[in-house]
Design a binder for this molecule. Structure first.
Ligand code: DSN
Length: 425
């Protein structure tokens, strides 16, 4: 299946500047290795639905109870998406309308809390997300966040410290989940601590949503969590968007919080694409894919460590890893990201725990395996990728070396088609 080509030809004559940028982005995605852990290559079916006539439709409200007419088909797709989300994550109720991750988390907080309430959440530099209470985010201003950190070489959560914080601050919500932490979490222990102080439990599994759906990582709902949030475009491979899955008793307040509390009309092209993503995530092939994502991340971690790189947390239990580039190569995260961009390997600068450098410079880079795995790369391919990363960062002052590596990367990428691209180069 390919993108609707007639639309694209029309675009070429209507808006050549945007058409040419689109072609440029296609080539960038095709000719380089995508290692940002939050990114992926979605399915051709999802690209088709995102570009479909569902984008024309306003659907404020929920199936069977909308503010506008003409909802036969939108109701069908939203009901299917909700049912599939519940089945996949073993939840009782799902809201599939959040426009993306930040909106999803904001809606979840306002479903459960009043402004000023206390939330126990992970510190940003230890892997938490902006919406988990970073002082620069609106959420950080509206709620009182108490932050826990990771500890030791393995970067683990100290659950005794967490319990002490919970007893001292009596949060109304215990929040776990991360955007940059290579470890799995013990949701049972989070839940037990929350129970002790009468707090609700929420897990933001945005990064690992696909890995939980693929049953290769723990599911917080199995441990009795009240609510999970996940974006749909990361390890889950779907469209940009957010899902909230929760207990039945929270259904009404969650739905009211998303609409009309926070958003207006949902993007029904995105909801339709989410429905198809959730169907595809139920297949055994998706479980195999999820397992390969973990295997590839571990292989990358081992090879980078063998080559002398220092990994924050020393390794990985999920799809991602963080390299301390200052300690390993004498480069800031920003410099390392730029060097790797030059050879066609895309990563992102990343703060490390209690980083002395600001986020736009950072002491590390974040690397992840979901996108490369989607293209069909396996363990031996990860050996080559790790080799190029280390060579480029070591020889960053040699333009000739960087050009050689870029040529090798480009040639390597031709073996791995990008799903949904019309021209594979
Ligand atoms: N931007 C996403 C990430 O990179 O983790 C989360 O907001």
């Amino acid at each position: 299946m390919s993108m609707p080509t007639d639309y694209l030809h029309q675009l070429q004559s209507t808006d050549p500047a945007i058409y040419s940028a689109l072609r440029g982005e296609e080539a960038r995605q095709r000719d380089g290795i995508e290692l940002i852990p939050a990114e992926n290559y979605t399915y051709p079916e999802v690209l088709a639905l995102l570009g479909s006539v569902f984008t024309n439709k306003y659907s404020e409200g929920y199936p069977g109870n909308r503010y506008y007419g003409g909802q036969d088909f939108t109701d069908t797709v939203e009901n299917i998406a909700r049912e599939r989300a519940c089945a996949l994550f073993r939840g009782e109720h799902a809201n599939v309308q959040a426009l993306s991750g930040s909106a999803m988390n904001q809606a979840a907080y306002f479903a459960l809390l009043e402004p000023g309430d206390t939330i126990l959440a992970m510190d940003l530099s230890h892997g938490g997300h902006l919406t988990h209470g970073a002082p620069v985010s609106h959420m950080g201003k509206l709620f009182r966040f108490i932050r826990y950190k990771t500890h030791g070489e393995r970067g683990e959560i100290d659950y005794d410290e967490l319990r002490q914080l919970a007893r001292e601050y009596e949060p109304k919500l215990v929040l776990c989940g991360y955007s940059s932490d290579p470890r799995d979490l013990d949701y049972g222990r989070f839940k037990a601590i929350a129970n002790e102080v009468g707090a609700l439990t929420m897990a933001d599994i945005s990064h690992i949503g696909g890995l939980v759906a693929g049953n290769v990582m723990n599911n917080p709902l199995d441990a009795g969590f009240d609510l999970i949030t996940t974006t749909t475009h990361k390890s889950l491979r779907g469209p940009r968007g957010g899902l909230i899955v929760c207990k039945k008793e929270l259904a009404k307040q969650v739905d009211k919080s998303v609409f009309p509390g926070l958003q207006g009309g949902p993007h029904m092209n995105q909801v339709a694409a989410t429905a198809t993503t959730l169907l595809l995530a139920q297949r055994p092939q998706f479980q195999d894919y999820s397992r390969r994502v973990l295997d590839n991340a571990q292989r990358l971690a081992v090879r980078l460590k063998d080559a002398g790189a220092k990994l924050v947390t020393g390794g990985t239990e999920n799809h991602s890893l963080v390299v301390d580039t200052v300690a390993s190569f004498g480069l800031t995260g920003k410099q390392a990201e730029q060097v790797l961009d030059r050879v066609g390997i895309t990563t992102n600068k990343q703060v490390i725990p209690d980083d002395p450098l600001p986020p736009m410079t950072a002491s590390g880079i974040r690397i992840g395996s979901p996108a490369a795995t989607t293209r069909g790369m396996l363990g031996s391919d990860m050996d080559a990728v790790a080799g190029w990363i280390v060579k480029a960062l070591r020889w960053h002052e040699s333009s000739q070396k960087l050009e050689e590596i870029q040529a090798e990367v480009r040639c390597f990428c031709r073996r791995f088609p990008v799903p949904g691209l019309m021209e594979q180069g």
